[in-house]
Design a protein around this ligand. Structure first.
Ligand SMILES: [Ca+2]
Length: 172
């Protein structure tokens, strides 16, 4: 399975390496490793539950049958969780090789979780309830079709038991 993944996705070795590195960091934080910021361990503890693979509802962007996936990685010692957004190609039935990349962080003062850098979700705030992730963002593309691009909308995604990009499907 790994051989196939390496063949279809040249990004995977880098990603696997990064995940290994993050796992290594993860085990050391159990001992209360000091961060640059006093509240780093608390912030990492808030970010950690968001780690995972999320399947967005089929009509997340107002189009039935348009599936997408969001991957949030384990937060690093820099208190940032890298995020990748894969808008599944429902016509060719494949996963784009290059995702939209961003990062998930804790708001400096409040216990809010933000996601930046993924253009589909401008100024996004994330909340998690069980396995359901809610992404609230500025409706720049008028996904709710109310004629306004100045409103906030939200979509939900369900955490799924995937562990690598190749689990999402064949690469385009
Ligand atoms: Ca709107």
């Amino acid at each position: 399975m790994l051989t196939t993944a390496l063949k279809i996705n040249p990004l995977l070795p880098t990603m696997a390496g990064a995940l290994l590195l993050l796992s290594a960091c993860d085990s050391s934080t159990g001992g209360g490793a000091a961060g640059d910021v006093d509240d780093s361990p608390a912030a990492i503890a808030l970010l950690a539950p968001f780690t995972g693979f999320y399947d967005l509802q089929d009509d997340w962007n107002g189009q039935l049958g348009d599936e997408a996936f969001l991957i949030i990685e384990t937060p690093g010692s820099d208190v940032i969780s890298p995020a990748s957004f894969y808008d599944f190609d429902d016509i060719s039935n494949c996963v784009p090789i290059t995702p939209s990349r961003g990062e998930v962080t804790k708001e400096p003062i409040k216990d809010l979780i933000f996601m930046d850098g993924i253009f589909q979700f401008n100024e996004a705030e994330l909340t998690l309830s069980g396995n359901t992730l809610t992404i609230e963002f500025n409706d720049d593309a008028d996904l709710d079709n109310d004629g306004s691009t100045f409103d906030r909308v939200s979509v939900t995604a369900t955490k799924v038991g995937f562990s690598q990009v190749s689990d999402l499907g064949d690469s385009c």
